[in-house]
Write a protein that binds this ligand. Structure first.
Ligand SMILES: Nc1ncnc2c1ncn2[C@@H]1O[C@H](COP(=O)(O)OP(=O)(O)OP(=O)(O)O)[C@@H](O)[C@H]1O
Ligand SMILES: O=P(O)(O)OC[C@H]1O[C@H](OP(=O)(O)OP(=O)(O)O)[C@H](O)[C@@H]1O
Length: 222
């Protein structure tokens, strides 16, 4: 393994997911005072900025990099965090990438729910067991709604935001497991070692995402 460069206490390593979270995460972190710009489109996966290294990861890998301390902090959806089962410190709800994780099935379906397909097996199992539904859970990787349409499963557990995917596929939401949004996550040891960089970052992000913070001079974030 190539050792991460610049691991001095005043250098930060951040784990950010490629995909829909990246752009807003970089914008928010730069408004919070970090000298970041959106990484150029290239095959590079590690991006260097003054005093900050950004690791560009898949969503599910952000909690792993932060929990194991290779990254000091990261931004990731609450859904992915819950599903990871990792207990990283989660000090700020950033309020973007808002969506809900829901139980979904075809409109008018009446069969018992014996099999559920999802990208979120941990969340689905916890929900089904709390509801007393003895269903089998099948893990899929994407376009989860198709499982309910094809009969692969009696229902699916997947994300809903506007509801347009449900509408376009004649599906309905039966229940909401929980709501999700992007979160700042921090490695607990890094919080001590890099306290002088991480504490002001937490404070500034809180100011930026709360109405009180906006009144105090930061612009509101959605
Ligand atoms: N339709 C949506 N509206 C708002 N937020 C969403 C929506 N879909 C997903 N999200 C949030 O954004 C996060 C990242 O979504 P994105 O679509 O980039 O991931 P993905 O491509 O499905 O991930 P993976 O890396 O697992 O393939 C999700 O974990 C969730 O928190
Ligand atoms: O309620 P809506 O606004 O329609 O959003 C919900 C859809 O968004 C996500 O899919 P995405 O577009 O990320 O594709 P994916 O299935 O490849 O993850 C999610 O998995 C739903 O399918």
């Amino acid at each position: 393994m190539t050792p991460a460069p610049n691991r001095s206490p005043d250098h930060l390593t951040l784990a950010l997911p490629k995909g829909r979270i990246l752009e807003e995460a970089v914008e928010l972190l730069s408004r919070a005072g970090l000298p970041l710009t959106l990484p150029e489109k290239s095959r590079a996966l590690r991006h260097e900025f003054p005093g900050v290294t950004v690791l560009e990861l898949r969503n599910q890998d952000v909690p792993v990099y932060v929990d194991l301390g290779v990254a000091d902090a990261g931004i990731v959806g609450k859904d992915v965090l819950v599903e990871s089962g990792r207990t990283v410190y989660e000090p700020v709800d950033l309020h973007f990438a808002a969506c809900r994780l829901s139980l979904i099935r075809e409109v008018g379906a009446t069969s018992p729910i014996a099999r559920v397909a999802t990208k979120y097996p941990r969340s689905a199992r916890a929900y089904l067991s709390a509801q007393g539904i003895p269903a089998e859970v099948v893990k899929l990787s994407g376009n989860i709604e198709l499982a309910a349409l094809t009969g692969l499963a009696d229902a699916v557990v997947d994300l809903v935001q506007t509801g347009s995917t449900l509408k376009a596929n004649n599906l309905e939401e039966l229940d909401v497991l929980y709501r999700s949004s992007a979160r700042l996550v921090i490695n607990r040891a890094a919080l001590k070692l890099r306290r002088d960089r991480l504490r002001p970052l937490i404070t500034r992000l809180r100011e930026l995402v709360t109405p009180e913070g906006a009144e105090a001079g930061g612009a509101a974030v959605r």
